[in-house]
Design a protein around this ligand. Structure first.
Ligand SMILES: [Zn+2]
Ligand SMILES: [Zn+2]
Length: 219
């Protein structure tokens, strides 16, 4: 039986890039990654953490984040004291640092591993982002302002990303479809993807929990 040739959709591909950026986060409360894409090309990348020249959050650079994980501050509170930049903000500032003109971000897409906060949403709308692609589950009300501005919202199921992440881990799939190492009964793509999801859960149990449980602030 021949197996289908597979590759990620554009949305999956760029969300994988955002997931990769997330690994460089230095924030102790949550890891978030973001990329900005125009015409299927990645023009900026960001992850959350303290600004350049400031001690990293995980090294004690942000007192608010420290107090947050010690339970002294509730999720979403005292954000004005947080010195960690959000991933989306860093991606947006990346555009400024690189001298990308306003016309370069107009109509672009923001991929982010969580739902953007209000501040980041405001900035994203302002530079002309027309679509948010976000990962995971969250209340739709968090995206009210973006919707009001006519920004298209797409949610990606984490399982889709786990599927491709597994392909990266699976060295035997380098030259063939990811499903080749998983015995299947029906050969259908949906079945292959489900098989991979279950396999991944046993390999990387933390994958589904890194973003969980901290409200909508990214911090
Ligand atoms: Zn932090
Ligand atoms: Zn934000």
């Amino acid at each position: 039986m021949s197996r289908p040739f597979e590759r990620p959709s554009w949305d999956e591909y760029f969300m994988l890039q955002a997931e990769l950026a997330k690994l460089r986060s230095n924030c102790i409360t949550r890891r978030v990654g973001a990329v900005i894409v125009r015409d299927n090309r990645q023009i900026a990348t960001g992850y959350n953490g303290t600004p350049p020249g400031i001690r990293n959050c995980h090294e004690g650079g942000c007192e608010r984040c420290q107090q947050r994980i010690e339970g002294l501050i509730a999720s979403g509170k005292s954000l004005e004291r947080c010195i960690c930049n959000h991933a989306e903000a860093n991606a947006i500032m990346h555009c400024a640092i690189m001298g990308i003109e306003a016309s370069g971000t107009r109509g672009a897409i923001l991929y982010t591993t969580y739902v953007p906060c209000l501040e980041c949403t405001k900035m994203a709308i302002t530079i002309g982002i027309r679509r948010f692609v976000c990962l995971g589950d969250y209340p739709d009300d968090d995206l009210g302002l973006a919707k009001q501005a006519g920004v298209e919202i797409t949610k990606i199921d984490r399982k889709q990303i786990e599927y491709w992440a597994q392909m990266l881990l699976d060295t035997s799939s380098n030259s063939t479809a990811a499903g080749s190492v998983i015995p299947t009964t029906d050969g259908g793509e949906g079945h292959l993807r489900r098989s991979f999801h279950f396999k991944l859960r046993s390999v990387i149990p933390t994958t589904t929990t890194t973003d969980g449980g901290e409200g909508h602030t990214n911090s």
